[in-house]
Design a protein around this ligand. Structure first.
Ligand code: XMP
Length: 518
């Protein structure tokens, strides 16, 4: 466990709910450090972690199933407050010999809940107040364990919340962590501050201070190499380490020829000129484009780009010599995914990240952001003085524009796509949408269509525009951007990008589509 560095910590035991990460984000937003671990973590590990409170997440199982997820019952002897949410509450009930029963109907959606006791968990709420809460459960509590009292009820859940205040055990049937429970954050804060006695001390300013100190100690006089892509995660990683060890950090920026217009100059300006970093630009565009010649298959493209990236990076790193560490911008969701008891989700696209590098290069990994969620990384970026445009940047895939040019990637096609992409982003920014949407970009299709320009028949390329809303890229919906914005994009692209005579708007959600077209 990594978190012993922070004094006040909350442990979230994951029973597999789709909302577990949201619980963690709400706790962090309340400025309390927390970590998610699988429900079956050993009691010794829990003790070493020494949490101020434990939250049991929801989950898809029913406690009556054979092999229903089970936590070591010794967690109840630790004298640490426990909050069970949904399945977590049912599990707690079962463990303490209460009765959980199968509800005749699954309760799913908003419910009106009446507060009956406002001493601890609902402190600050009024008795008899009606609160809107989000429910999603099949089983429900029929009889509370001994010592418990009901705190709230809804039509389908007579015991919507319960407490044994003397032992500091609490359960809620609803999901306080989701936005559909508008006052849920107050319930969580009551648990954290009033019941567990935490203080709001987890701030990004303190994270920056501690991380710089910790990395300085760990790295000593050694050297670190970091791959910089211009994305938020690698940029924040590099600046953080630069603050810690200055010139002993060398950054490598590989221009694979698949970047957007102006990207290389922007990155060089910020990191070399503004921060004065030891930054090495490798122009490998020729190499990448010649390897991609004649290749149309999406997976093959990704594999080639991944392989060449490793080749170029390794070669440059060797030239720079003598580094002991490789820094990477791994984030907390990647860490959770890799320890999750559900196992890694199926590979739909092979994502090329720097992940494969350390084994071949025999470098030790440094991942200063591995405890952070994306929004926290952005705040760290702000703390470190990174330009706002860099901090709020939309995600951009490692294989770059290659996965947005369907079919063969050529210099000419890259130029068409770059020109269209600039227009899409300009119009999205002008409409004030850049920070509201998850991603917005152009895609060049491998078909040509007939058009008419002046009196002439044309036979040219099609650009698709993709704009999506998403919270974490796992699911996404196409953004209903105003028709006027679509019209401006289309007019400008067709009028000014040579080789394009048609623009279409992508109206597919993920799933079943994906965000990128390849
Ligand atoms: P998909 O297309 O799978 O994309 O819905 C989900 C998110 O991941 C980004 N993406 C990538 N990021 N390397 C990356 O670093 C990749 O190979 C890659 N492919 C897709 C995509 O832009 C979206 O945000």
């Amino acid at each position: 466990m990594s978190g012993n560095f922070y004094k006040q910590k909350v442990l979230i035991l994951d029973f597999g709910s789709q909302y577990t990460q949201l619980i963690a984000r709400r706790v962090r937003e309340a400025q309390v450090y927390c970590e998610i671990h699988p429900f079956n973590i050993s009691i010794e590990k829990i003790k070493t972690f020494s949490p101020m409170g434990i939250i049991l997440s929801g989950g898809p199982a029913s406690i009556y199933e054979i092999n229903a997820p089970n936590v070591d019952r010794q967690i109840l002897d630790l004298k640490v407050p426990v909050l069970g949410i949904c399945y977590g509450m049912q599990f707690l009930t079962h463990l303490l010999s209460g009765i959980v029963s199968k509800a005749t109907d699954r309760e799913y959606g908003n419910a009106a809940m009446t507060i009956e006791d406002n001493r601890d968990l609902f402190y600050g709420f009024g008795i008899s107040d009606q609160e809107t809460v989000w429910m999603s459960h099949g089983d429900r509590i029929d009889r509370m364990p001994e010592g418990f009292v009901a705190l709230a009820s809804s039509k389908n859940s007579p015991i919507a919340a319960m407490a044994d205040a003397s032992r500091k055990f609490f359960g809620v049937q609803f999901h306080p962590e989701v936005a559909h429970t508008p006052e849920g954050h107050r319930v969580l804060k009551n648990f954290l501050f009033r019941i567990c006695g935490c203080e709001p001390s987890w701030t990004m300013a303190s994270f920056v201070r501690r991380t710089i100190r910790k990395q300085r100690e760990r790295i000593g006089e050694d050297r670190v190499i970091c791959g910089l892509s211009g994305g938020v995660d690698s940029s924040v990683t590099a600046v953080l380490l630069h603050k810690a060890i200055g010139d002993r950090l060398s950054c490598i920026f590989v221009d694979n020829g698949l970047l957007r217009r102006g990207e290389v100059q922007d990155v060089m300006e910020v990191f070399q000129e503004y921060y004065g970093m030891d930054l090495h630009l490798v122009d490998a565009s020729e190499r990448f484009l010649s390897c991609l010649k004649g290749i149309s298959d999406p997976e093959e493209k990704r594999k080639i780009i991944g392989r060449e990236f490793i080749g170029v990076f390794e070669q440059k790193a060797k030239e720079l010599g003598s580094a002991k560490y490789l820094a990477q911008g791994t984030l907390y969701p990647d860490v959770i995914e890799s320890v999750s008891f559900k196992g890694p989700s199926a590979t739909i696209k092979s994502h090329h990240n720097v992940g494969g590098l350390p084994e071949t290069m025999k470098l030790k990994l440094i991942e200063p952001l591995r405890e952070l969620f994306k929004d926290e990384v952005r705040q760290v970026g702000v703390e470190l003085g990174l330009p706002r445009e860099m901090v709020i940047r939309q995600p951009f895939p490692g294989p770059g524009l290659a996965v947005r040019i369907l079919g063969e990637v050529t210099r000419d096609r890259l130029e068409i796509l770059r020109s269209a992409d600039v227009i899409v982003l300009e119009e999205i920014r002008k409409a004030g949408l850049y920070e509201k949407v998850w991603q917005s970009f152009a895609v060049l299709l491998p078909v040509r269509t007939v058009g008419v320009m002046g009196d002439e028949r044309t036979y040219e390329n099609v650009i698709a525009i993709r704009v999506v809303d998403s919270l974490d890229a796992m699911t996404a919906d196409w953004t209903r951007i105003p028709y006027e914005v679509q019209a401006r994009m289309s007019n400008r692209i067709i009028n000014s990008v040579k080789g394009v005579n048609r623009v279409v708007y992508d109206i597919s959600s993920k799933p079943p589509s994906t965000i990128e077209w390849e």
